[in-house]
Design a protein. Structure first.
Length: 92
């Protein structure tokens, strides 16, 4: 679970490349490849600047015709996973 007030941003040096409709990146620090599609790819793209989970939910809701409240739990879990995998940082 993420902090309500925290703002998150992509870690430097993690550039994604689009391949067959999927964003693919290599995490050198993690030694793993990561792939994202759909909502996950959209969230990743929005994390090019610091944003909190509420801002991400609003952006996702606008793109995918849902409400911020309906997608909040999923966005929260996904951002928490990105933090755990060291793909995003908390912006200071």
């Amino acid at each position: 679970m993420t902090s309500t007030a925290a703002r998150y941003v992509r870690r430097p040096g993690l550039d994604a490349v689009e391949m067959d409709g999927e964003l693919v990146m290599m995490g050198l620090e993690q030694g793993e490849y990561f792939g994202m599609r759909g909502v996950a790819a959209s969230i990743w793209q929005h994390l090019d600047e610091p944003r909190n989970v509420d801002e991400l939910c609003t952006l996702v809701a606008e793109e995918y015709e849902t409400t911020p409240a309906d997608c909040r739990s999923d966005v929260d879990v996904f951002v928490g996973d990105l933090v755990a995998r060291r793909l995003v940082d908390t912006a200071g």
